[in-house]
Structure formats: structure tokens, C-alpha cells
Design a binder for this molecule. Structure first.
Ligand SMILES: [Zn+2]
Length: 157
């Protein structure tokens, strides 16, 4: 991995009763960091050169589904996941003899790719410093800004 990485940050306000408000997304921004680990440490406030990048403690990871990936539960493809599963076990049991047809019992669960983290920090309202809320920042790491593909649609003459 070479060159600086980019981040996108989405802000949520979580109130004490659990109510959550989206506070908007920042546009994708180039960082001064070349590795995800460096971004992570700075967000935890552990980069003394860049204290303004601190976002609080890490409370979770951000994932995205990999389109077309096999089901992580039964390893069938997305297309094969419709309908019953044919189970073939190496050691047949009365419950699942070879070739027994059983229903899935679960929904298609695509491979999840780890693309970021959630950081949270308690912050005071600017207009009422006696009250505070949990400020969540959903950070995803990108190798480049979003790209757009242009497609020409010709009319038949
Ligand atoms: Zn499955």
C-alpha cells in the first residue's frame, strides 16, 4: 500500500435515551497517513503530532457486504441459496443422512469486508454546555476518492 489513504466520516448524535440523529457525512478527505493502523491510532488520540484527529474510543467496526460472495454459513453461492440445501455429510447420521434435503434455516449471509471503525466520545452541546450526548463517528478508509463511470447512451437512427 503506497500513498496517503482517504477517510469518510459520518456523524451520529446518540442521546441518553438511545435516540439517534444523523448529523451528516463529511466529504471524502485525504489523510496524512499511509496505513489503516496510523489512521486508527490517530483517531484514538495516540498520534501526538495530530491531536485534532482524536475521536474517542473505538466501539465497533464498519463492514460492507461483498456482492456475489458465497454464503458464510453454508458456502453456497447467492444464486444457489434459493430453495432447500442438499446436505452431504462424510459421516451420515439419522438426523442428516447423505443426500438428505433440509431447508436452509437461515438467510443468505454474504462475506463481510472490514472497511472501518466506529469511534465514540461524550461531548457537550454548544448551545447548552450543561447537557451532553455521545458523538459517534463512523470512519471508513479508502485508497482513492470515489470514482464515477460515464456511459454514453446512443439513440438508434
Ligand atoms: Zn447459507
Amino acid at each position: 500500500m503506497t500513498g496517503n489513504l482517504y477517510v469518510k466520516v459520518a456523524h451520529d448524535e446518540v442521546q441518553d435515551d438511545g435516540t439517534r440523529y444523523g448529523m451528516g457525512d463529511e466529504p471524502i478527505t485525504e489523510t496524512a497517513h499511509e496505513t489503516p493502523g496510523a489512521i486508527f491510532r490517530a483517531a484514538l488520540g495516540r498520534d501526538p503530532r495530530r491531536p485534532w484527529e482524536a475521536m474517542g474510543r473505538c466501539s465497533g467496526k464498519v463492514y460492507v457486504d461483498v456482492p456475489g460472495s458465497p454464503c458464510t454459513v453454508c458456502h453456497l453461492s447467492r444464486a444457489e441459496h434459493i430453495g432447500p440445501v442438499i446436505v452431504t455429510t462424510e459421516e451420515p447420521s439419522t438426523e442428516h443422512p447423505n443426500g438428505a434435503v433440509v431447508s436452509h434455516g437461515h438467510h443468505y449471509q454474504p462475506v463481510a469486508r472490514h472497511i472501518g471503525w466506529v469511534f465514540e466520545r461524550r461531548e457537550r452541546y454548544e448551545d447548552d454546555p450543561t447537557r451532553s450526548y455521545l458523538h459517534e463517528r463512523w470512519v471508513t478508509v479508502h485508497t482513492a476518492p470515489d470514482s464515477v463511470t460515464r456511459t454514453e447512451h446512443f439513440a438508434d437512427l
